[in-house]
Ligand binder design. Sequence first.
Ligand code: PEP
Ligand code: MG
Length: 894
Amino acid sequence: MKFGKAKARWVYGFGVGHADGNAGMKDLLGGKGANLAEMSNLGLPVPPGFTLSTEVCAHYYANDHAYPDGLLAEVKKALRRVEKIAGAKFGDPKNPLLLSVRSGGRASMPGMMDTVLNIGLNDATAERLAELSGDKRFAYDTYRRFLQMYGNVVLGVPHHLFEEILELYKEEHGHTLDTDLSAEDWVAVTGAFQRKIEETLDAPFPQDPHAQVWGAIGAVFASWMNPRATIYRRLHDIPEDWGTAVNVQAMVFGNMGEDCATGVAFTRNPATGGKEFYGEFLINAQGEDVVAGIRTPQPLAKRAQDMAGGDKRPSLEEAMPDVFAQLLAIRTELESHYRDMQDIEFTVQKKKLWMLQTRNGKRTIHAALKIAVDMSEEGLITHEEAIRRIDPAALDQLLHPTLDPETPQEVLATGLPASPGAASGAIVFTAAEAGIEAGRGKDVILVRVETSPEDIQGMHAAVGILTTRGGLTSHAAVVARGMGRPCVSGAGEIRLDEAAGEMRIRGRLFKRGDVITIDGANGRVLAGQVPMRRPELSGDFVTLMRWADGIRRLGVRANAETPQDAATARRFGAEGIGLCRTEHMFFDTGRILAVREMILAKDAEARRKALAKLRPMQRDDFAEIFRIMAGLPVTIRLLDPPLHEFLPKTGPEIEELAKSIGAEAVDVKARAEQLREVNPMLGHRGCRLGITYPEIYEMQAQAIFEAATLVAKETGAAIVPEIMIPLVATKEEFDFLKAVVDKVADGIAAASGVRITYRVGTMIELPRAALLAGQIARSAEFFSFGTNDLTQTTFGISRDDAGGFLKSYLDKGLLRKDPFATLDVEGVGELIRIAAERGRAARGNLHLGICGEHGGDPASVAFCERIGLDYVSCSPYRVPIARLAAAHAALKAS
Ligand code: PEP
Ligand code: MG
């Protein structure tokens, strides 16, 4: 038997000891409404009110801004209840009730939507409020605030028209401050405000309180779609169809005299996480005065007031000891009830405390860690909950220096947030200069159009990297993240003239040696030196990471090629190296010449001669890494990039073109630079190098086995190198190169008498390889998904040139996320899933990992958990993020 749908309900009451809703009903009542209901259920003093649910909002937008049937009657009923509790009547000229109307969606969107206070005031009730409060000035100040707010928010009268009237009035009457105005002055101003509204709209200000309240409700629903809110939602991934709820509540006044106050508080310190009651208040003030910073608020607790020093005003503890004691009790009750740090708002009207809001408080990552660990140790939450409460991406702030938020900042240009952290230094335009200046002990920022492997040393020498071209997986971005150097990429407004040693940003000239600051967390380029805060890995961080490690299933390795990176990776908890890009070792000043000799060699014999010079150097590199990793797995990738990257470049002159079109050469050059696209890395690279020049891979394999033999002898530990072939498309390619490696292994075993155990595997970074994984896995012992290239080859988007147009895709909503930063689960992910499945069907113990940039992205790590990969590998500085993200993913899966 089917029952009809229960009668729809649109309105939920709350306040003083009873509520129709509770904290679990955020989807329906919004965060604010659900928590007001919850506090009412707890018996806390909440001014009575009611919530129009988010379903009303959905109906409003689905039906051309019409309200559902029955809403009017429900609002009437709920209002009667509020009137009964408040002992006053809405619109009653003798005993008026005033209301506030506030927005409140599921997710907090601070300041994005509208609010209207003091609804119900008109010429009659304002006069009565003056009598009842015994304070005419208060009544008319409140009335003019209402006219201003309602006039602007609901009626659309520009804010400045009110401001102009007020300024003119003050000027004519010799007043400087608002507080200089008397009751009679405010009466005059309210009259002028009403005349202005009538003149602007050709209709009088609505004196009917019921018309006012419905006007305000409509304005709040409409504000869900205002441009501010729309942009905020897009930035914070808040779906449009969630809608907002509207809370209608009896007004309470913190500005009715010296026995009134208003304030905000956090149940713990939101900056440090310390267990202290942290808050501020103002006597005789409205909520907006505290937040707006017009008057400096005073601390709540006496101790904090004493510590602030100099401030002679009393703390709340001294001024209103009963209220303070009541607040302290509420603090404890709310924390143990919500089991999280709360951010509360309160008002004291004539010595009576009213709670206006509670919500989980925003906090710094330092505070978040401390609070999670402390609450877990206090028994309030489990380890699992503590882990869930830390956003893995937020750990980034801990691992890099950040700009001091207290210092004013002058933003020169904005690019992409390519590698987190902030750095200040003198501008240099070439890698060589970076090396020289850094050698002299100078902090330098390397500014390039884009970087290439040739710049590695300069990048390492620099404290930060800034490029005018390139996206989030451009060479600069990948390498900078790997090194833990802050990087801003693709700052297209910067015009670089390397030859002249200068750059221009919006016409402003910067020369070599000028100091700038970059913030890789938000892509900003700032003028001059900005003070920094140093990272600190506190005990709470270590504790929480230990709990996370106990829960995760996925292994976490690092992408590292220098001993320094390997050491950092271990310090951050990496369990091995998932990708050692050997080409980076070729750029050392001592060996680039031999590399170039090898590339320019006319035949295989000459090439072998040059390679013989490189072999001992590579052997020493590998030996050092094996030593640092002390028996942990190390995956070494044989040479991958096209050889032209190792050769010097000469910039072509465009002088002639410039002349013929009558433009400045620098501008043409800059524009050409900006438009130039690089080969999207589909040429003579990866295993194709090994196939045409097997002696290169032979040399690298030799160096690997020699190093492994050396370190195994030295330490007694078994070293099991994992040798990885890049950019394989066919099983035949892989077999050909595996034979090269095997032959070298046999030769070395015969010569040294020691047989090294090793594995040969491949990167999966071409769609063909993913689809034919079943075939390839018959030969390959492991796969590592190179998702940078796999994304590039699946989308057909060159990863180095994507920066220019991907932003338009994101702005227009055609892509939700940059696929080079967060794995495209639908497309690229599907290829990975197919490859994992087909590979494992062919070889049951096939080891599977991912080593593209996605290995350190929490959402992508979650995908890796879902499809059962064995490990993720990412930049050393992202290892803690991946560890925590893997724990989150495991908790979700369990
Ligand atoms: C990849 O393609 O994902 C990868 C890890 O290799 P690289 O970034 O060096 O091309
Ligand atoms: Mg690759």
